[in-house]
Structures are given as structure tokens and as C-alpha cells.
Design a protein around this ligand. Sequence first.
Ligand code: IPE
Ligand code: IPE
Ligand code: MG
Ligand code: MG
Ligand code: MG
Length: 321
Amino acid sequence: MHRFEELSQQFAVRFNTQHFSSRPASLYDPANYFLGLGGKRIRPVLCLMGNELFEEIDPDGWNLAIAIELFHNFTLIHDDIMDRSPLRRGQPTLHVKYGPSTALLAGDVMLVTAYDYINRSETPHIRGILQLFNQTAKEVCEGQQIDMDFEQQERVGLEAYLHMIKLKTSVLLAASLQIGAILGGAGQGNQEHLYEFGKSLGLAFQVQDDYLDAFGDPAKFGKQVGGDIVAGKQTFLLIKALEAATPGQLSQIKELEQAEAATKIDGMLGIFKATGVDAWARELKEKYMEDAYRHLEDIAVLHRRKEPLRELAAFLVQREY
Ligand code: IPE
Ligand code: IPE
Ligand code: MG
Ligand code: MG
Ligand code: MG
């Protein structure tokens, strides 16, 4: 069994290679720029851990892990265009540096390259894996569209928000784990518990992401702090603040909608703090982490084999970047 750091290093050796042709450089240099920005590489490691929970890592595990990380980076490039985000991993986003058209294409070519890696797999389980991968990719698109639809809505309920983040974020974490498990020959019941573990973990992960977007330390976070506020995102912070706001705070929120970016961020952060969203974030994360750990316990393999997953899960919801 390997811990996160070990798997992440082993993955980096295979991932930090050439995935694309060299020409036209105007397309592939931007694609390489984005991959070179790094990232936590959580999803490929989840795939490898899901595999190692049941078996030694299959040679195909590395190709599938690469495919998953390429897919994730494709979603980030397109997400940054949709969210009008200037910063990613501490550097200018791709559309800011190279323009939206090139960013779209660099994302597209990453997605297609992900399929090249899936196509290298020799596992007899490839059909099931591809089906799960495609199902997940469609769900991510659905979640991303709902996320944008919510920007136009005045109020969104907590349930609707949770449904949206399940689609845009959780299912990819869950599927990464399950793909590894399928490769490792896991039975249906174990696969399902692992998927549910990933889904609950993914909800807690996105809650933390939304929390950091408002309250992260700019030096560590790597994205524009307050970006969600400027973009008018419906996050649990806004949902909870609207629920708890006094009439005075409600009219202040209304006024802030018209304000320019810096004033809006300042004002909304003040309201978030005053309405105690901190405690809510902790509560929500704890609830989903309990669900996650319950499913992990239900997987029928030796307790100690689950240790790397337990450790990674704890890191993901405490993370500062
Ligand atoms: C960012 O994911 C997108 C979300 C689903 C919140 P990560 O926080 O895993 O991004 P990187 O790959 O580490 O930069
Ligand atoms: C991202 O949600 C979900 C996907 C990229 C599919 P966010 O928009 O919150 O992610 P960040 O904060 O930009 O990384
Ligand atoms: Mg975004
Ligand atoms: Mg987004
Ligand atoms: Mg975010």
C-alpha cells in the first residue's frame, strides 16, 4: 500500500512527459503551459488507490490515471473561461494568457488525448471503465451548466446546490476511485461503497473549495480570492447567508449586487462572517465526511488497506489550496 505522497510522485514521473505533438506550437505550448502549472493530482491518485485497495497496481492503472488527470485539466481550462477566472494554480489562466479560442482548443485536445490513453488499456474491464468515464463526463457537463444557470437565479436552495456540486465535482472523484477498483477486480458491492465514499468526500471537497474561494489565503490558494462573489456564484456561503440575514443585511446584499468588484467582495465577506458561515462550513463538511467514512468502513477489505484513503480524505477537507 502506498500513501498519497508516494503515489503522487510515481504518477508525476509518468505524467510529466510529452502528451502532445509539437506543431502547431500555438496550440500545444499553451496546453503544456497549463499542465506544467501542476495541481494536487488528487484524481489520478484516487484511481491508483482504488486499484491498490484490491490488488497490486495494474499497468493500465497508470494510463487510466493519466487519462483522468488530462480530463480534469480540460474541465479546468473550460471552467476558467465560464467563470471568467484570471488565476489558476498561482498563474494566469489559459484564456487570459492565450485568448479564449486557443484555451478552448487546448482543452479539447486534452480531452481527446485522454481517450488516447484509455485506448491503450489492455484490461478486459475496459467496456465498464469507458462507460463509467463517459457517464461521469456527461454529468460534469450537466453540473457545470447548472452552476451557470444558478448565476441568473436570485435564490437557490441547499438541496439544489448539493445536486449541482455532486455533478460538477463529486462524481469525478467517485469515478476515479471506482475505475481503479474495477481494474483491481473488485466486486459490485465494494465498487458501490467506494463510489459513495468518493461522492460524499467530493461534496465535502467542494464545500471546502467554496469556503477557500471566499476565505483562502491568497498566497496559498492560487486562485482569485472572492472570484465566486464577483461571478455571482450560488455557493453554500451565499445560500446560508441569505437564510440567516437580517432585513438590513438583505438590503445590503441587494445593493452590493450593483457594486464594483472590490466593494462587492469586501461587503459580502463581511456578511458571510456576520452570519456565521464558518460554523456551517464545518458542519456540512463533518456530515459528509461521516457519510464518506461509513462507506469506507463497509468495504470488505482489511482495515489497514484503507489507511491511505482515510489520510487523503482528511487532508482534502482541511486543505488550504
Ligand atoms: C479544482 O480541483 C476544481 C474543483 C472541482 C474544485 P482541484 O482543487 O483538485 O484542482 P488542482 O488540480 O489541484 O489544481
Ligand atoms: C469546478 O468548480 C468544477 C469543475 C471544474 C468541473 P469551481 O469553478 O468551483 O472550480 P475552481 O474553484 O474554479 O477550481
Ligand atoms: Mg471555477
Ligand atoms: Mg466553475
Ligand atoms: Mg471554486
